[in-house]
Design a protein around this ligand. Sequence first.
Ligand SMILES: Cc1ncc(COP(=O)(O)O)c(C=O)c1O
Length: 458
Amino acid sequence: MPTYPPEPFRIKVTEPIRLISREAREAALKEAGYNLFAVKAEDIFIDLLTDSGTGAMSQDQWAALMRGDESYAGARSYLRLKQAVEDIFGFKFFVPTHQGRAAENILAACLVKPGMYVPSNMHFDTTDANIRARGGRPTNLVIDEAFDPSNPHPFKGNMDIAKLKAFIEKIGVEKIPFGMITVTNNAGGGQPVSMANLKAVAETYRSFGLPFFIDAARYAENAYFIKTREAGYENKSPIEIAREMFSLADGMTMSAKKDAIVNIGGLLCVNDEKLFGNVKNELILREGFPTYGGLAGRDLDAMAVGLYEGLDEAYLGHRLAQTAYLASRLNDAGIPTIQPAGGHAVYLDAHAVLPHIPNYEYPAQALCVEAYREGAIRGVEIGSVMFAYPDPDSGKIIYPKLELLRLAIPRRTYTQSHMDYVADSLIQIKARAESIRGYKFTYAPELLRHFTAKFEPL
Ligand SMILES: Cc1ncc(COP(=O)(O)O)c(C=O)c1O
């Protein structure tokens, strides 16, 4: 057997990419204020900024687009999506949304009041910001192993049940509108949550009478990790595992741009009928009528097909092997990444690659800039640029425990040789790491600052 994962698809349509010169890359960086979000896509060679909405749709999804029913209310496309959502997730009610953060915004608008706390393993940035935007306090209670990049724990997305119980007892249930968990844990390295932990989390929330919501963006990858890493699940299919996961919860938010392999879309599912009434009112105010939720009918059809394709075993097997392949090439060259390899992305430990840059000079941002400078590769900083915020009580800046460069792999988009190109470029950077300097902000908005911030090299 080959040691690399062969793609379980062949290519029918191509999209050209080009590698611009080193001088042009330098000019692009300067013009963008050293923020890769501000670099034009045409100036990127390998775009690993995100796996969100960047995947390649299948022939069946493109065919489904043509069946899109653009009726304002009660479209056939909505009913096809409803069937898939009910079949896989099993919640009583759902609405489509234009993407994951719209679902989070609606949930927070309905339930979060100023001064309330929402626990999770780790909230992703948009969930975090949507809770803060309503005056709430997102709280991360992932297991300690998650903060040790070299620890090979198979389920580093797990929540610390003892911490969760102590937290609920300390804060009091009246100040907690609901509890969450993110599968897989994007902010902590794309690490999965075990079924045993999901059960314990559900049981804990239930024992305190708190509703339990899953952030389901990468539910299929999580299901495949359970299949391959958790005893008792090896003979179950990803869809059976997914059904069991969601049977434990009272609802979910989902960015369909990940495991439903669509370019745009999201879902908000709930079991509580009264809450669903409020959800619909918020949705109509912000997104659209409940049977399209800010999407075109064709988007709903593509999502209905993609939800099943994302659970296909051959697809999932290749996807997770591709991520592991990139991580192992880097590790073999002495570049540490979060262990074990995550589902959708490889997370480079920027502290380890650039130990001379302190967190207040943004080492992961520096590594991100170098990846572009070296190979026109775009990744994203997940460190102090994204997550260092002042503590609301003391005003003191709290720095995250990890400084990471995330290389997120779009689904069904890049090949083996693209992964080798990325690995070889990063190996070049490692060879000249000592000469790399940190950055300072020249502009930073209050929330979600990584999207629009500007920097200057030190
Ligand atoms: C775990 C998780 N939750 C929520 C979101 C937000 O989804 P969207 O970008 O569709 O708004 C993301 C996006 O990256 C995510 O990774």
